[in-house]
Design a protein around this ligand. Structure first.
Ligand code: HEC
Length: 171
């Protein structure tokens, strides 16, 4: 006799749990959505470049352009001071804003390099290992010679580096 009641309660609770993560509104919600857009674009790139992937120039270009469009200032603009409600952004986004913006800018550069690499038709798998990523900021010349694999690796490294330094851990 209690069972239906319990089931009803569970059903009622489910939507609440589902939106717990999605409480953010306004600019915080916008930047979360933007990050999810980045995640989807990276997934497309990963699938394209994976062994057995199609290396479709148009798809690689489009996904890399999405990353390019949503990084750099388009990213930092979504982190105005005080926008911390329901956010996982760490306070050093604002106290170490130079480094934060630097990483957002690096993502933009690597995504642009990926667009260039795809346009050059260099979408076949590299027959050399992924270069160890630069210790200093790469020159435009170096960027223009990046292989798509290297550009992808660099982009993914920037995502991780920024999350390690500027985003709270946990679910
Ligand atoms: C310059 C720093 C920076 C870069 C670069 C960056 N992120 Fe983020 N990302 C953040 C921060 C900070 C948050 C937390 C935002 C918040 O909760 O307000 C976040 C959150 C996320 C989230 C969670 C969104 C949600 O729904 O809560 C995903 C997914 C994500 N990033 C993916 C990516 C991917 C993929 C890349 C690389 C292509 C990337 N990010 C690059 C700083 C960055």
């Amino acid at each position: 006799m209690f069972r239906p009641l319990v089931i009803c309660m569970v059903l009622l609770l489910m939507p609440v749990l589902a939106i717990a993560h999605g409480k953010a509104t306004g600019i915080v919600k916008e930047r979360m959505d933007q990050m999810v857009t980045l995640k989807d674009a990276m997934k497309t790139l990963k699938d394209e470049l994976a062994p057995g992937g199609s290396y479709d120039t148009a798809r690689v270009t489009e996904a890399a352009r999405i990353v390019e469009r949503h990084s750099g200032e388009a990213m930092t603009d979504k982190f105005p001071k005080g926008s911390t409600q329901h956010s996982k952004a760490l306070p050093n986004v604002w106290t170490d804003g130079g480094r934060f913006a630097g990483l957002a800018g690096e993502l933009e550069s690597y995504a642009a390099a990926m667009v260039m690499a795809a346009q050059n038709g260099a979408t076949a798998p590299a027959n050399r290992g992924i270069l160890s990523i630069f210790s200093a900021a790469p020159s435009p010349e170096e960027l223009s010679r990046l292989h798509p694999f290297e550009a992808f690796k660099a982009m993914a490294d920037v995502c991780s580096a920024c999350h390690r330094g500027f985003r709270m851990k946990g679910p």
